[in-house]
Design a protein around this ligand. Structure first.
Ligand SMILES: [Fe+2]
Length: 188
């Protein structure tokens, strides 16, 4: 019988009342200043690091219920430190990357048509022992309003958008509260 030692802690939720919330979120996102990122072999538009981004508070409220569900399931207390939105026009893509060495990251699919858009792909953090190959898994079953949360260390990438329809994803990082003795800023 199988006797797994580790699990890969990833979670998926569907945002309730999505159509209503989508309007409010897009309203805010569309007012942001997006810059085109064409470095490191990748192409997309992002509002991260641009001045005037002011929807973090709104976004936190929007995903509040689903994040609570995640915290309960994952048995963790987290703080959302930042959120940002990436827009993929036709041909845009994102190179393989991760977000940091610990904590969780999330993706909310804001404008996403599963008929024409491809989901992000995740690279397994360990080598496949039967074939000595790297396993890659596209995210399955995502629609607009899907929220996917995964360990920030996991490598992922986005294939080129083949459609004229833009693909819009809001991302965020969650920093877990660590036990007192592990607190980084603790002064000894
Ligand atoms: Fe990412």
């Amino acid at each position: 019988m199988k006797a797994p030692l580790f699990e890969f802690p990833s979670y998926q939720y569907e945002i309730k009342d999505w159509e209503f919330k989508k309007k409010g979120l897009l309203n805010r996102i569309n007012k942001q200043n997006f810059i085109r990122c064409e470095m490191h072999n990748q192409n997309y538009e992002v509002d991260r690091g641009t001045s005037g981004k002011n929807y973090l508070h709104y976004f936190r409220e929007l995903v509040y219920n689903e994040l609570n569900e995640f915290c309960e399931e994952a048995k963790v207390t987290c703080k959302m430190t930042d959120c940002w939105t990436v827009r993929y026009q036709k041909g845009d893509y994102q190179h393989v990357h991760n977000h940091r060495g610990w904590g969780f990251s999330g993706l909310l699919f804001v404008e996403f048509d599963p008929e024409v858009h491809s989901p992000p792909c995740f690279v397994a953090p360990w080598q496949e022992p039967r074939t000595d190959t790297t396993s890659i898994s596209p995210l399955s079953g995502v629609n607009e309003g899907s929220l996917f949360i995964f360990p920030s260390f996991c490598l992922h990438y986005v294939n080129p958008n083949q459609s004229r329809k833009r693909r819009v994803v809001t991302s965020f990082d969650l920093l877990p509260e660590t036990p007192e003795h592990q607190t980084i800023n603790k002064i000894v």
